[in-house]
Structure formats: C-alpha cells, structure tokens
Ligand binder design. Structure first.
Ligand code: ADE
Ligand code: ZN
Length: 334
C-alpha cells in the first residue's frame, strides 16, 4: 500500500459522470457574462459572490445556483461555459465526461433548448478535437417542476436528440420522489435514451429503490444514503449499479458533517461500484482532481483504491466496451 500523490492521481485516466454544466460557472465567468448580456447582479464583486457560497443544505445551494445560471443567454455563453469546464478536465487528467445540463432552468427564461444544445455540443466537439476528451451529454429534468413540464421539455429536445444520450433527474430531492416521473422516463427510454437519476443525496433509501424499479435507471447519482438499507446495499453490489458520488458536494451541503465521515471508501471496500465526481465544482471548492485529493487526505485512500475508483469511472460510463477497454488497459499498469 503506497501513498497516491497528486501527480499519481492526476495521471490516472478518469471519467467524470456527475457534473452539472451550470455548476461549473465560475464567479469570474459569471461576472463576464453578466456584463456581456447586461444582467444586473446582486453582488458587488467576484469576491462578494464567492463569499455567498456558504450552504447549510441542498436548497440553499440551489437558490444561488439557479440565480447564477440567469447570466447564460446566448449560444456562445453555453459554449464558453462548457469549454471552460473541459479545460479544467484536461488539467485534471479527465479523459471522458458525461455532463448534465438543466434545460428548464433556461427555457423558463425564454432561451430555447436549441440555443443551449448547439453551444454545449460545439464545445464538446472541440473538447474531442483539441483536448482528446470524449463526452456524452445528459439532459436532466428539474424534479421541483411537474412531470408535464418534464414531458414538454423532452418533446422540445427530441428533434435535437443527436446531441444527448440520456436523461437525468435533479434539483430539490426531498418531497419530489422518482415515482412522480415514471411516464417521462418511459417516453425517454422508448426513444432509445439511457436513464440516470439523483437519489439518496438528501432523500431516503426508498428513493433509490424507486429510481431503480420505477425509472429503471442504470446509475444512481449520489446514492450515499443507501447505507441506511442493507438489503439495498446488497442489491447495488449484486447488480453492480454505479453510484456517482460527489465528496466535496456532500460536505459543502452537509450530507456529511466532515470529509472524515464520508462513506465512499467504506462502500468501495464492500463492493459497491462507487465513482468520484465534482457535481458543481464552481460552488463546492474543486474539480475532479480536488475531489480525489480531498478523499485521499481525509480518508487515507490508497493507490489501489484510487485505481479502483478510476476503473469504476470508466466501466460505469456510457463508453462502448471497446472504448472502455483502451482506458482499462492503461489503468492495468498502475
Ligand atoms: N443540481 C445541481 N446540483 C445538484 C445536486 N447536488 N443535487 C440535486 N440537484 C442538483
Ligand atoms: Zn448533482
């Protein structure tokens, strides 16, 4: 067992499977876009905005996150947002990304899904061409809005479906269970889209069961509250259902009081297919590598565990078996 230093963690080929593009909007870019688009901000400076990033739960964060996303208006804004994230990925040794975008956050403000998707896709294509980072995009529904709204969103997006491969479910979890979104997930699957959902972040283990059984998702985003139900943990292990865990997010949003309390390595050792992700890196203190480093420092992650987490990120991804095999061969030598 040896210590995985920062360089070791950086050079491991890693995939990021849980990252909201709107959550990668750094205060500097947020201010630039506000100026470009003539949007007034309730903060005097970048520093004042950063100081506001103190959250006691998910809703606290979401309120500020949706407000921040209000500066995104043009196709170029969505390009710039996505491109800035990909540059961070390149610096962190991320080789593949499966980001979310929240179309309803923008359609509510009169910005079409076509505007959003063309900007995001153009940056993702440049990410492949210039940074060799592959990607698959996930369209995520806001669970605090109605299922009918989600259905209308899916219908607006379907003519552009070559731009995304899956649907997701995010926003305020408590009181908005997966069972409210069965029809829209059925429609998405009937269109050949893949499915994931946030569950078991603040919500109970029951929501994870619902996401698996009712929405038939292939991955659970977060899922850390699965430990409250040993039968569920057994199932996750037996089926090797990936959990896209977000350590810095979980401590910033007080899902765990401190990183030392986080259960990610305990789940890994039990045989759950956990992965490390950054969720909303501009708000939670770091991108993918920072999350690996935080787990290493608080939980004494070994090199073997770091490699296992990187392997899980590849095998839990939507890459083809052949594409996965290339990255797994690189990880074999570690
Ligand atoms: N949207 C952005 N980040 C989220 C999170 N951590 N949980 C739910 N919805 C989100
Ligand atoms: Zn999330």
């Amino acid at each position: 067992m040896s210590f995985p230093d920062n360089d070791f963690l950086r050079q491991l080929p890693k995939a990021e499977l849980h990252m909201h593009l709107e959550g990668s909007l750094e205060p500097e870019l947020l201010f630039q876009l506000a100026e470009r688009n003539g949007v007034a901000l309730p903060y005097a400076s970048v520093e004042a905005l950063r100081e506001a990033y103190q959250f006691s739960n998910l809703q606290d964060f979401l309120d500020i996150y949706y407000q921040g996303a209000g500066v995104l208006q043009t196709e170029q804004d969505f390009y710039d947002l996505t491109w800035a994230y990909l540059e961070r990925c390149a610096a962190d040794g991320v080789v593949h990304v499966e980001p979310f975008f929240d179309p309803q956050t923008h359609t509510e403000r009169g910005i079409s899904i076509a505007t959003q998707l063309t900007g995001i896709s153009r940056a993702l294509a440049d990410g492949q061409a210039k940074l060799a980072i592959s990607s698959r995009l996930i369209l995520s529904f806001l669970r605090h809005l109605s299922e009918d709204d989600a259905i209308a969103t899916l219908q607006e997006a379907l003519p552009l479906r070559e731009h995304f491969v899956a649907v997701g479910l995010d926003s305020s979890e408590q009181g908005n269970p997966p069972e409210g979104f069965v029809r829209v997930y059925e429609m998405a699957r009937a269109e050949g889209l893949r499915a994931v959902a946030h569950a078991g972040e603040e919500g109970p283990a029951e929501y994870i069961w619902q996401a698996l059984d009712l929405l038939q998702v292939e991955r659970i985003d977060h899922g850390v509250r699965c430990v409250e139900d040993p039968v569920l943990v057994e199932r996750l292990i037996a089926e090797q259902t990936p959990l896209t865990v977000c350590p810095l997010s979980n401590t910033k949003l007080k899902v765990f009081a401190k990183m030392q309390d986080h259960n990610i390595l305990q789940l890994l050792e039990q045989g759950v297919k956990v992965t490390i992700n950054s969720d909303d890196p501009a708000y939670f203190g770091g991108y993918l590598l920072a999350n690996f480093i935080a787990v290493r420092d608080a939980l004494d992650m070994t090199r073997e565990q770091a490699v296992a987490l990187a392997r899980n990120s590849i095998t839990a991804s939507m890459l083809s078996d052949d594409e996965q095999a290339g990255w797994l061969a690189k990880l074999d030598g570690q």
